[in-house]
Design a protein. Structure first.
Length: 442
């Protein structure tokens, strides 16, 4: 197979029958047909036949070809294997190949409940009304076929459709599935652990983007730059819940960035996430991609196959509207640190390997404190621990490191021991420590 997929599917080496047939004294092998698991679709091999079960599984013997079908509509035959995806059927590694796009749009459009994340269920009504289709057509030509329109209108879905799901929606679902695949990118990540840590983003219109996720399900989003309408350079702090391939809900406790940040989860369509990591994409560290339209829709006069893309990654122009994040280094002073030793609701600082820092403090109970964030550059004397900073963005008033800038400013010293950072402050230059704040690495 071209690219294997394993999201929430568990493969069993022994399985009660998904269909029948004879031809061997040995039990047949079990395969799974997935974009998400494709349920109740017909299949046949030289010795086996039936319909896929509730896990999208079918029976085969090694070396056999398998053909999936919906009534009179047959998909191209493919060598049977433990995992079969639309990429295998189209004989390509390209998730944007026109045949792949045509197959996944049709399958997702025929899903009974319209939610492919919980499996794609083909109804018996669809089987009764399906006619033969040529998947080797341009995306535009395929979607205008009268046979496609007729099948969508008579597919037995809970909510009937008049057109195929969009290229964006269908392809994004497949990419998300592949990006969480064990066989493509290593063990499938648990979103609740995969996200943990601090991610720094890049985008042509942003000078700075940061996302930090913590084990208590709190998060920080900060963004500075030439932002969109209603978006403000600043930060937000809140809680987020994880579900499936991304976020299901974010709640802002403090919001100082307008409509920027994870407010987009509430948008229609919501922000979407793609997880990329490992050698399959040529990327050496974990990457996530965030955007309201991660994949651009092809122009009506164009077809996807005109400019084939053999693999997806950060260089793909179809991610041009997204923000691309990498996890920051977390060693020595580098990384994100949080303190719970002050009255502040939130006190955190992140040091980056380009000698810049991010500071955030929120204390809504202190009227003298302006909650918010600041950015700047830093230098640390390795022998004394003395930290010097210069602010480049500051919307938290006198909070943060503002008072530690310039001639005569108090001295701040930073000592790091494993995952503990101790910050000591000499307010008046008498070499006596006047305040100590302890931070823990996140």
């Amino acid at each position: 197979m071209k690219i294997n997929l394993l999201i929430t599917v568990t493969l069993f080496t022994a399985l009660a029958s998904c269909g029948g047939g004879g031809g061997s004294s040995n039990p047949p092998s079990t395969g799974t047909f997935v974009d998400s698991p494709v349920i109740n679709i017909g299949y046949r091999t030289e010795t086996q036949n039936g319909v896929t079960n509730s896990r999208g599984e079918f029976n085969y013997f090694p070396g056999e070809m398998v053909t999936f079908f919906i009534g009179d509509l047959e998909f191209p035959s493919v060598l049977a294997a433990e995992i079969i995806t639309p990429l295998d059927i189209a004989d390509t590694d390209d998730v944007f190949h026109h045949m792949v796009v045509n197959i996944i749009r049709l399958l997702q459009s025929l899903d009974k409940d319209g939610n492919p994340d919980n499996g794609i269920t083909i109804t018996d009504t669809a089987k009764n009304n399906a006619a033969a289709l040529d998947f080797d057509l341009s995306v535009i030509a395929f979607q205008t076929l009268s046979e496609v329109s007729s099948l969508l209108a008579n597919g037995g879905q809970d909510v009937s459709r008049s057109e195929l799901v969009s290229v964006i929606e269908a392809t994004l679902h497949l990419i998300l599935s592949l990006a969480l695949s064990e066989d493509v990118f290593g063990p499938a990540p648990d979103p609740e652990t995969f996200f943990m840590g601090t991610w720094r983003g890049t985008h042509p219109d942003r000078d700075f983007v940061l996302l930090s996720f913590f084990e208590d399900n709190s998060y920080i989003h900060a963004e500075v730059g030439d932002l969109g309408i209603g978006e403000i350079s600043g930060m937000e702090w809140g809680t987020v819940s994880f579900e499936g391939q991304g976020f299901s809900q974010a709640t802002q406790t403090f919001d100082g960035n307008g409509t920027a940040g994870l407010n987009g989860i509430k948008a229609s369509p919501p922000l979407s996430w793609v997880f990329l990591s490992g050698p399959a994409t040529g990327i050496s560290s974990d990457v996530l991609v965030l955007g309201p339209s991660v994949i651009t829709e092809p122009a009506e006069e164009e077809s996807v196959e005109e400019e084939p893309v053999q693999e997806f990654g950060l260089g793909d122009s179809r991610f041009e509207n997204s923000i691309q994040f990498r996890k920051i280094l977390s060693e020595g002073i580098l990384g994100t640190w949080v303190s719970t030793t002050t009255p502040a609701e939130l006190l955190t600082i992140s040091f980056f390997d380009d000698d810049t820092y991010f500071f955030a403090e929120i204390d809504r109970d202190d009227p003298s404190l302006m909650s918010g964030m600041e950015l700047g550059t830093y230098a640390r004397d390795e022998s004394t621990g003395l930290l010097t900073v210069i602010q480049t963005f500051d919307n938290n008033g006198s909070a943060g490191l503002t008072d530690f800038v310039g001639i005569g400013a108090p001295n701040v010293f930073v000592d790091v021991s494993a995952d503990t950072m101790t910050v000591t402050i000499d307010e008046d230059g008498d070499t006596q420590i006047d305040e100590t704040i302890v931070f823990q690495r996140q």
